[in-house]
Design a protein around this ligand. Structure first.
Ligand code: GDP
Length: 264
């Protein structure tokens, strides 16, 4: 038990949240440790309970408005884009940064953004309609995808024209993997947005992969590098634990001029 306890740290606990078996084991060890070594365990156990409560709380929160998002249509060229009406919020992210997972969490749906994962459909811009006539838009993440260079360039041109010329576009959510922030892809997106003074909100996703201290450090570093990029806000996020979802919804609500509409 003693050696078990000395190997406990918050990072391991955080990892354990995502593995039900490990979580169960940690719970048992923490409970037994509390009885056997209360003087050593109280602080740890409190943190554990508070964090567990937070996770349970997060598991239930949803935004009623975004939950009603439905797939509308895809576009491959400027001509196939839907007519400009309502407001649009675009989501971009280098492949594998977790953009689809983020969209699914924002909309409290399991597989809304999966359409973009269907082979052969990854180069599409996907439109999801919202009840008040606004839209969420899923942009292809060409940065890291295993596609030939000419195809990548085509996507890039298409995304650039969408981002720089779409009149109804209100803001861009840029999803980054917190372990690899501000890639060349991300900087390109930021430059395009800056060119037309489009607000950008950065989600440093997969924050559950780092300790809190390390996440806070990345957040600080990224903030420092953003001063030259116009109206940009940034936060840590985890599509896995839903940490940061409230903050993200606040931004989206603000961009769409809505009052908060969530339940938990
Ligand atoms: P996309 O290519 O950017 O759309 O990325 P996906 O949403 O498909 O996610 C890529 C991988 O990262 C998948 O295996 C996800 O389960 C995983 N993933 C996404 N978000 C998170 C997160 O916040 N934490 C962790 N640990 N994994 C994540």
């Amino acid at each position: 038990m003693q050696s078990c306890l000395t190997h406990f740290n918050l990072h391991q606990l955080t990892q354990a949240y995502h593995d039900p078996h490990a979580l169960q084991l940690f719970r048992c060890v923490a409970a037994i440790a509390l009885v056997m070594h209360p003087e050593k365990t109280t602080g740890l156990y409190t943190i554990f309970c508070l964090d567990s409560a937070k996770i349970l709380e997060n598991a239930n929160i949803m935004n009623h408005y975004f939950q009603q998002a439905r797939f509308l249509q895809s576009a491959t060229t400027r001509k196939t884009l839907p007519a400009e009406r309502g407001l649009e919020i675009a989501f971009a992210g280098r492949s594998n940064a977790g953009k689809s997972s983020v969209i699914n969490q924002v909309c409290s749906q399991k597989s809304l953004a999966r359409t973009s994962k269907t082979p052969g459909r990854t180069q599409l811009i996907n439109f999801f309609c919202l009840p008040d006539g606004d839209f969420l838009v899923d942009l292809p993440g060409y940065g890291y995808a295993k596609v030939p260079e000419p195809v990548k360039l085509e996507w890039q041109k298409f995304i650039e024209s969408y981002l720089t010329q779409r009149n109804t576009l209100r803001g861009l959510v840029l999803v980054m993997d917190i372990r690899h922030p501000m890639t060349e892809y991300d900087q390109t997106m930021l430059r395009w947005a800056q060119g037309r003074a489009l607000p950008v909100h950065i989600l440093l996703n997969k924050a559950d992969k780092l300790t809190r201290g390390a996440s806070a450090n990345v957040l600080l570093q990224v903030r420092k590098t953003l001063s030259g990029f116009g109206v940009v806000s940034v936060q840590t996020f985890s599509a896995l634990s839903k940490n940061g979802l409230d903050e993200c919804w606040d931004i989206l609500d603000q961009w769409l001029g809505r009052d908060a509409d969530r339940q938990g």
